[in-house]
Design a protein around this ligand. Structure first.
Ligand SMILES: NC(=O)c1ccc[n+]([C@@H]2O[C@H](COP(=O)([O-])OP(=O)(O)OC[C@H]3O[C@@H](n4cnc5c(N)ncnc54)[C@H](OP(=O)(O)O)[C@@H]3O)[C@@H](O)[C@H]2O)c1
Length: 266
């Protein structure tokens, strides 16, 4: 199937990179990108792909169209290529907050799938959720899973759950970066040189995430395994509980999901 990518920015580039590495023929991929410098960069990165300035040129023979421009550009970009969009072409949008209703209005009679990816897709460790529009079939969802699966894991949810996904995995990397910042400052407070604290924190987060992702154990079991009775970790964890960290995380995800709902209404 020919794939057209509208918007060759950071996410678009990550997706094409994942697809080409997963074995998609570069010759079946067209990329529409308005910025000439980005076009040159994409041509160098992905020899064999067709990189063009116009969305209408990119979609002309596409079976699957991935919309990866900024949310505010989605409607204009789809309007600019609506007459060239082949009948039956499947539309996969990764634009944050752009609803299925908006996409279906902008691309009438085409199956639509809306995705909420996260920034970790840039390093192929993304967590994305997808939701089907009215005309999207199981095969359409499977095709979208294949595309987003090239840069991470993909789950299916109804569109009503996408605000919760936004609050959890969409915003989640920022919560983890905040924890990293705080840990680095704590190391400095305890007298460690900053560069040493940064090295230790980066590797601690990477190692912990790898244990969580690659093993079978739950977070609770992993935490219990490093919490010896009366030990140092137990003392540290009690402080986190006393300061309401668990409750703060619940409130953070709740607030982000609420904000996503508010933005969706406007
Ligand atoms: N990055 C993330 O972590 C993340 C996470 C979740 C969802 N998303 C979603 O993914 C989408 C892409 O994000 P991104 O970070 O990749 O943004 P980005 O780097 O700004 O990429 C968008 C690209 O599309 C280009 N563009 C704009 N209008 C165009 C048009 N008419 N025709 C062709 N190309 C056009 C932009 O060019 P100009 O810069 O010249 O305008 C830019 O190069 C967004 O909708 C965002 O909500 C991103």
């Amino acid at each position: 199937m020919n794939l057209a990518l509208l918007g060759g920015g950071r996410m678009g580039e990550a997706l094409v990179g994942g697809l080409v590495d997963a074995g998609w023929e570069p010759e079946t991929i067209s990329i529409a990108e308005i910025d000439p410098d980005r076009r040159r960069h994409l041509e160098e990165q992905f020899p064999g792909t067709r990189v063009v300035p116009s969305p209408a040129w990119a979609v002309a023979d596409a079976g699957l169209v991935v919309v990866a421009v900024k949310p505010g550009d989605v409607v204009d970009v789809l309007a600019s290529c609506s007459t060239s969009l082949p009948e039956g072409a499947l539309l996969l949008s990764i634009a944050a907050g752009v609803t299925i209703d908006t996409l279906e209005t902008a691309a009438p009679d085409r199956p639509v799938v809306r995705a909420m990816p996260n920034t970790a897709a840039l390093v192929r460790k993304g967590a994305a959720a997808i939701s089907a529009g009215k005309l999207a079939t199981d095969a359409d969802l499977a095709a979208c899973e294949q595309v987003l699966g090239a840069v991470g894991v993909v789950v299916r949810v109804p569109e009503t759950a996408l605000d919760a996904v936004t609050g959890l995995s969409g915003s989640g990397p920022a919560y983890v970066f905040l924890v990293a910042e705080a840990l680095i400052e704590a190391g400095v407070l305890e007298g460690l040189p900053r560069d040493i604290a940064i090295t230790l924190v980066r590797q601690t987060l990477l190692g912990s995430a790898t244990l969580l992702a690659e093993g079978d154990e739950t977070p609770e079991a992993l935490r219990a395994a490093v919490t010896s009775p009366g030990g140092t970790t137990a003392a540290g964890l009690r402080e986190l509980e006393d300061h309401g960290v668990r409750s703060a995380i619940l409130a953070a995800v709740e607030a982000a999901a609420r904000r996503s709902r508010e933005l969706g209404r406007t």
